[in-house]
Design a protein around this ligand. Structure first.
Ligand code: ZN
Length: 268
């Protein structure tokens, strides 16, 4: 644990209206926000949490989110900056299956993949208001087939090599790397607590709180399945951060992201 390193893989940016980011509160207007994945180098192995968005998918399905992504901001490009290739990643964990967290899963047919036990069934049969969130189904042959979207699958993606190991509740995946169950945003949303030997823990809210302001005001994004659970999850994250004296990091907060270490810089 003492040599745990956390890298943030910058995945580019998207745009949403402020009323989507701050549900029923706003202010409205275009807000450009970052998307990133988390790479953990750990004594027990290398873990990738989330895989960003696929530019072509967003242009085809949600062009109104105005994606911007350089080659270095694709998952293979971001890994290359660290001297790595997708084959060097043995374990991929998806916090949930929204399109901006799964777009690069297709590059990891060899990896062990992990998610909450209810996320695949939800992506396969989303509520009507979740259809666009769960629009990139290239991460799972099972989900893509259920939605009649097998054309999204890369050649070579099969039920077997896109199968997930299912988890529930809080799960410590490796010593000091704990997935914190924070439902509300989706049925199976996970946040992530990383504890180090050498520095304060980091609590990644992931989409339980897009921004610092979201968490401070218990104001979740308009994308959710259970807003009451979403508020409880935010309260839980604040209590956990206080208990662990952890630094909080947010999933889609441009002002904070600009202060985060990315590329070859790391936390640890
Ligand atoms: Zn999400």
């Amino acid at each position: 644990m003492s040599d745990t390193k956390v890298y943030l893989l910058d995945g580019g940016t998207l745009v949403l209206d402020g009323f989507h980011i701050f549900w029923n509160r706003g202010p409205g207007g275009e807000v450009r926000f970052p998307v990133y994945s988390i790479l953990i180098e750990h004594a027990e192995g290398r873990f990738l949490i989330d895989t960003g968005f696929d530019y072509d998918h967003v242009m085809a399905a949600l062009a109104f989110e105005k994606p911007q992504q350089t080659k270095d901001q694709t998952i293979p490009g971001a890994l290359k900056l660290l001297g790595l290739e997708p084959k060097d990643i043995p374990v991929v964990v998806n916090s949930h299956f929204h399109f901006d967290h799964v777009g690069g899963n297709k590059y990891f047919p060899h990896a062990k993949k992990i998610c909450h036990k209810n996320e695949i069934t939800q992506a396969a049969q989303p509520e009507v208001f979740e259809v666009l969130g769960y629009s990139d189904l290239s991460f799972s042959a099972e989900a893509a087939e259920a939605r009649g979207k097998s054309d999204q699958l890369l050649e070579g993606t099969t039920a077997a090599n896109s199968q997930f190991e299912l988890i529930e509740g809080d799960v410590e995946l490796a010593k000091g790397v704990t997935f914190i169950y924070t439902p509300g945003h989706t049925v199976g949303n996970y946040s992530l607590l990383v504890e180090f030997g050498t520095r304060k823990p980091i609590l990644f809210t992931i989409d339980a709180a897009y921004t610092e302001q979201s968490l401070k005001t218990n104001n979740q994004a308009s994308f959710h399945i259970d807003p009451v659970a979403g508020v409880r999850s935010m309260e839980r994250l604040k209590a956990l951060a206080a208990e662990k004296d952890a630094d909080l990091m947010y999933s889609h907060d441009m002002a904070n992201f600009q202060t985060y270490k990315t590329g070859t810089q790391f936390y640890g």
